[in-house]
Design a protein around this ligand. Structure first.
Ligand code: IPE
Ligand code: IPE
Ligand code: MG
Length: 253
């Protein structure tokens, strides 16, 4: 706790990211290192989800988007997929009262209809219970892939254009972004990937155009508050230029 308090002093609370997105990777390797089953790594990973959600909410960060299960993850061995699905359903049921107490609103991103009915029921319960919450918005990405999201948006706009509801000329960046699952939120300022891989794995490809990327070798079950604050401190040392020059962004004019 002292360690965390000291680290918090390094943070500029007036320059926190508004939106943090995380690729939570490394559960399987965490378990392997301990000669445990991969599923044990996923179980342990839930504790990281809880503590990172908590500290994000406590810090007053507005949006947290977690990559929990990708479209490609359906190709994993059936027993692992089943375990993950079961765990997701159980966790949402168990954690909803706490999230509610902390004013956290749950949003679901992805092809939720592909999930087993039992899991969908629990997810829907969590979403509905927290719908009115005004604190942290927690996006859980399930059966999500960015290419799925982008092609769905393109299809929706094509249907509207074909029906004469919009003209193709009206399709600009704003309209397109408004057709994505993330329409109601700002793009992530910071994208964190744990587990050591330096890739994006089909996550928020449109939205991370100008996000700061932070890769850490720490495996997700070991990712704690201190590691999260390290990422935020690192973020605050970056200069976000959005295509401009350093002089321009530092100018007070
Ligand atoms: C991330 O951990 C969790 C999911 C993808 C669901 P992994 O299961 O990918 O763990 P590693 O990368 O194999 O260690
Ligand atoms: C990315 O992790 C997806 C999630 C964290 C849900 P993966 O472990 O599936 O990614 P790859 O296969 O190593 O790129
Ligand atoms: Mg992985």
């Amino acid at each position: 706790m002292d360690d965390i308090r000291k680290k918090l002093e390094l943070l500029d609370m007036s320059r926190l990211p508004r939106h943090v997105a995380i690729i939570m990777d490394g559960n399987g390797r965490w378990a392997r290192q301990r000669l445990m089953e991969r599923s044990d790594g996923h179980v342990e990973g839930v504790n990281s989800v809880n503590r990172i959600t908590r500290i994000t909410s406590d810090l007053g960060i507005r949006y947290l988007t977690l990559y929990a299960f990708s479209t490609e993850n359906w190709n994993r061995p059936r027993p692992e997929v089943d375990t993950l699905m079961h765990l997701i359903g159980e966790t949402i049921l168990k954690e909803t009262p706490d999230l509610l107490a902390n004013n956290v609103k749950i949003n679901l991103l992805g092809e939720i209809e592909r999930l087993p009915e039992e899991v969908r029921k629990n997810l829907e319960y969590g979403r509905r219970e927290t719908e009115h919450c005004t604190g942290l918005e927690l996006q859980i990405c399930l059966s999500y892939s960015s290419r799925w999201e982008l092609t769905r948006a393109a299809r929706e706009l094509a249907v509207k254009a074909a029906a004469g509801e919009i003209s193709p000329d009206e399709i600009d960046e704003t309209l397109f972004a408004g057709s994505l699952a993330t329409a109601s939120m700002p793009d992530p300022d910071l994208l964190i990937r744990t587990g050591g891989e330096q890739r994006v794995s089909n996550f928020l490809l449109w939205q991370i155009a100008y996000s700061e990327l932070y890769f850490t070798p720490i495996l997700w079950p070991d990712f704690d508050e201190a590691a999260f604050i390290d990422a935020l401190v690192d973020f605050q040392q970056r200069e976000r230029r959005f295509g401009k020059t350093s002089d321009q962004v530092n100018s007070i004019i």
